[in-house]
Design a protein around this ligand. Structure first.
Ligand SMILES: Nc1ncnc2c1ncn2[C@@H]1O[C@H](COP(=O)(O)OP(=O)(O)OP(=O)(O)O)[C@@H](O)[C@H]1O
Ligand SMILES: CC(C)(CO)[C@@H](O)C(=O)NCCC(=O)O
Length: 395
């Protein structure tokens, strides 16, 4: 469900304007899922890291060059949009709402429950800002996934552009990224995560997305998909490079099997559906990469959910169509790009003169985002939705 998808929407990235303090920052983006990105210093109730607490204490309230310093972590969390009340309760319990300001369709709810208002941000801009930040600043953010093998990619921040960013949310956006704030949305498709979940829900009666994804593990798509071998008497169509196991027509067997929906196992349906959507996105992405001569394609969005079969299918599609020339890569913080980008734009607009700096002894990578210097480090504990350590310096 997407409460914020209205004709008036500039973007579905919103963030809280924090007029009082920058101790707690919170950003969120909503389509099917609400994403939260918030920064907690070690003076906040949400912190839990003794090591960093002692670092803060040893630094006192001033950094080496006498600028005010705040150390803490960027945290990530997500909620289904239908569970907005759980989200509000979480924000309230974590005291993330203290000092808020802006507004939209959830505005009344936020105003009523948390006494904050909401700001709007541009969705594509936030996605790109979030992706650039993660790719440049966060160690082991991007990885390839093929034949069950996950390999972290070494990204040289000075050799990142251009690349294709494919964000697979409910729908799919394909964005050619040429630099910080330099991008063009070159394509998209409405056959995305919403299609998988929507059709899957109707066809399998699954009650939630995770259940549908879980089902796909046990399924066999060959029961429903028509393969090249089904058409060519079990053999390859070698002359045009198609093996017998290549899908000739997704769900194609359903037309000739004389079966009803109840005759198919939900797990087989889920598997075919996942394969169909992932394959199609992989293929369209490759074609767009080819169109602009892009070698690297980064896939993000919560459709992926770090799911092996999804990533494998996308990788195989890119590999197959590009004849090994292009490479699919995935991001650990896949679904938080927009929220993270909104968070950073908040830094820029509302926290004039502040920078987020890396903890120097950790990762020596610096990132410049939208005019602000942004640095970040990870403590090795971070994975996926957890946290990234950051330091905020005042100027
Ligand atoms: N727990 C979940 N509940 C619902 N959908 C989920 C869940 N986990 C993953 N998904 C998938 O993630 C998709 C939404 O992805 P994401 O949150 O990145 O984008 P969005 O903001 O909802 O969509 P868009 O960018 O098109 O507005 C859903 O359509 C579904 O395929
Ligand atoms: C409309 C958005 C950008 C909203 O996130 C997304 O769902 C999307 O890119 N959909 C695909 C639209 C299209 O290009 O066909």
């Amino acid at each position: 469900m997407s409460l914020l998808h209205t004709p008036f929407r500039v973007s579905n990235n919103l963030h809280f304007r924090d007029s009082r303090t920058y101790y707690n920052l919170l950003c969120w983006l909503t389509g099917s899922l609400i994403k939260l990105v918030y920064f907690c210093t070690y003076d906040d109730s949400c912190r839990d890291d003794d090591e960093l607490r002692s670092q803060n204490e040893s630094l006192g309230s001033k950094s080496d060059n006498s600028r005010p310093v705040l150390r803490g972590k960027l945290h990530f969390a997500k909620f289904e949009t239908s569970k907005i009340n759980d989200c509000l309760e979480f924000i309230h319990s974590m005291k993330l709402h203290l000092g808020g300001g802006g507004a939209y369709k959830f505005a009344d709810l936020f105003k009523e429950k948390l006494s904050v208002s909401l700001d709007k941000e541009d969705e594509m801009e936030c996605l790109v800002t979030g992706a650039n930040f993660l790719l440049k600043a966060v160690h082991q953010e991007a990885f390839t996934y093929l034949d069950g093998q996950k390999e972290f990619a070494q990204i040289d921040p000075n050799d990142l552009y251009p690349y294709l960013l494919v964000n697979i949310g409910s729908g799919v956006s394909m964005i050619k990224v040429d630099g910080d704030g330099k991008f063009e949305r070159v394509s998209g498709t409405s056959l995305g995560g919403g299609t998988f979940w929507g059709l899957g829900r109707l066809l399998t009666k699954c009650k939630n997305f995770d259940e549908l994804l879980e089902l796909s593990h046990q399924g066999n798509n060959r029961v429903i998909d028509m393969l090249v071998g089904d058409i060519y008497g079990g053999t390859d169509y070698a002359k045009i490079g198609l093996s017998a196991t290549t899908i000739a027509s997704s769900f194609g067997k359903a037309i000739s099997d004389n079966k009803e929906l109840v005759d198919y196992k939900p797990e087989d349906i889920s598997r075919s559906l996942l394969r169909m959507i992932s394959n199609n996105i992989g293929q369209i992405s490759y074609l767009n990469a080819l169109r602009f001569g892009l070698k690297r394609i980064f896939f993000a969005g919560f459709f992926i959910r770090g799911h092996a079969y999804t990533m494998d299918t996308i990788s195989v599609a890119v590999n197959f169509w590009s004849k090994g020339e292009a490479e699919a890569m995935f991001l650990r913080h896949e679904g938080f790009l927009g929220a993270l980008g909104a968070f950073m734009s908040y830094e820029k607009q509302c926290l004039d003169g502040l920078t987020v700096n890396k903890i120097p002894q950790r990762f020596p990578i610096s990132v410049s985002s939208a005019g602000n210097k942004i640095y970040c480090s990870m403590n090795g504990k971070s994975n996926g939705n957890e946290s990234i350590e950051c330091t905020v310096y005042g100027t």
